[in-house]
Design a protein around this ligand. Structure first.
Ligand code: PGA
Ligand code: ZN
Length: 428
């Protein structure tokens, strides 16, 4: 196996127009791999930290220090190393960082380097990354979760629930599922515009809606699915990301939009009412990241009916996944590579999810780039779902489209998970 010949870091710009880190790795055999760091807006407090310059310039978001570290320390560490072993290379990066929060080199520097190494190894082997990652041959495409309305931290708090998403679970192929979503997206936009409720698009490309209350989001989505000609639930179902840490203040849950406060019991009743009325198959972060009792109670009540997804709650941490499983909390893990810091730590979280029998969804961030590596991770690792944002803006479409090309390349062997993740729910 060949060795690493060059490491080049540079500053690029993400989908919010903010600086981010890109790293190119070139191997002695001429193969190249690129990694780009995405960025969250509603972040879990347990995530790997991003190294940002701070200060006044560029809102404090600049990454000159991180790029400098990539071109000095990271380069010195990696050049000359064999490319064969991702875990060993990631361990070198983690040891060089030396902090538990990844604050010295930065989670953004680490993930860009780690993804570049992974892509370079696949290029050197001459195989698509998804295929290189597979432990057993699996041609089943994960089901996409696609945002239609954006709220929360991605739309300046316009509504409290962060993501209103659709899942084309009744489609026969991934390609067909995307076509259905295109119809639903267009229809949802027409409906909002008709009522003067369309205020543009939020950070992930979903509509920025002028709703009066949060339930209107699920209500509207259900109608848009039906008006677009699909069976709500059977063909196209609904998923939510409540991102509840964002609207819990001083131990109290509060929906700002409708000036409504909840105790945990009241919030659970509200969710229960929604589950009875709308075709919801998945809720992410229904309670705050530190509300273990609330999350346990939510899982106990609803875990047999829907996916209970931990994002801020589990932060792509193998240890937290194991802990949650022991406590009967969540049944599905959101996997975000930059929450963990390196590919190897992300893979460890995936392995933990598989070990405890939880499903997993590989996810992009609200701040993204044209990079589509996460699609290969989702398929290669055998994810049940993948979540990329909405159905506009090229940092999103680059990923949906990459999976289309992969599906085509599989030909007749291609399968699609469709409703399968929602039919075989493990008991919490
Ligand atoms: P983030 O949001 O990328 O802004 O953290 C995405 C999510 O909460 O799933
Ligand atoms: Zn989330």
């Amino acid at each position: 196996m060949t060795t690493i010949a060059r490491v080049e870091g540079r500053r690029i710009w993400d989908s919010r127009g903010r600086p981010t880190v890109e790293i190119d790795v070139t191997l002695a055999d001429g193969s190249r791999g690129r990694g780009m760091a995405p960025a969250g807006a509603s972040m879990g407090s347990g995530e790997a930290l991003e190294l940002r310059d701070g200060g006044e310039r560029l809102g404090g978001y600049d990454v000159r220090r991180a790029v400098e570290l990539a071109n000095t320390e990271v380069r010195a560490l990696l050049v000359g190393q064999p490319i064969a072993d991702q875990a060993q290379l990631d361990a070198l990066l983690v040891a060089a960082d030396g902090t538990s929060a990844r604050s010295r080199l930065g989670g953004n520097t680490l993930i860009a380097a780690s993804l570049a190494l992974l892509n370079a190894r696949a290029a050197s082997r001459g195989v698509p990354l998804w295929r290189m990652l597979q432990e057993t041959e699996n041609h089943s495409i994960p089901v996409p979760e696609i945002q239609i309305f954006g709220g929360g931290a991605h739309a300046r708090g316009r509504c409290d629930i962060q993501d209103f998403l659709v899942v084309p679970c009744g489609a026969l192929s991934y390609a067909e599922g995307l076509e259905w979503v295109a119809e639903v997206y267009a229809c949802a936009g027409r409906r909002l515009a008709r009522r003067g409720q369309l205020q543009g698009v939020a950070d992930e490309g979903g509509y920025w809606p002028a709703f009066q209350h949060n339930e209107e989001g699920v209500e509207e989505l259900t109608r848009a699915i039906e008006e677009a000609g699909f069976a709500a639930g059977g063909q196209v179902a609904i998923a939510l990301d409540a991102a509840a840490s964002q609207w819990r203040k001083d131990g109290q849950y509060r929906w700002q939009l409708e000036s409504r406060d909840f105790t945990v019991a009241q919030l659970l009743d509200e969710y229960g009412r929604w589950l009875d009325r709308y075709p919801i198959v998945s809720i992410e972060d229904p309670l705050a990241e530190d509300d273990h009792d609330g999350m346990r109670e939510f899982t106990r009540r609803f875990g047999g009916r829907i996916q209970v997804v931990g994002d801020d709650y589990l932060v792509t941490s193998a240890a937290r996944i194991e802990q949650a499983a022991r406590a009967g909390i969540c049944n599905t893990v959101l996997i975000k590579p930059n929450q963990a810091g390196t590919v190897t730590e992300t893979a460890a979280a995936v392995a933990a999810a598989k070990r405890v029998g939880y499903r997993f969804i590989v996810s992009a961030r609200s701040g993204e780039t044209e990079d589509a590596t996460m699609v290969h991770l989702a398929l290669g690792w055998g994810a049940d779902g993948f979540k990329v944002g909405s159905f506009t803006r090229s940092e999103r479409m680059a990923k949906w489209n990459e999976m289309l090309r992969i599906e085509e390349s599989m030909g007749r062997r291609a399968g699609y998970r469709g409703a399968e993740p929602f039919l075989s729910r493990p008991a919490p």
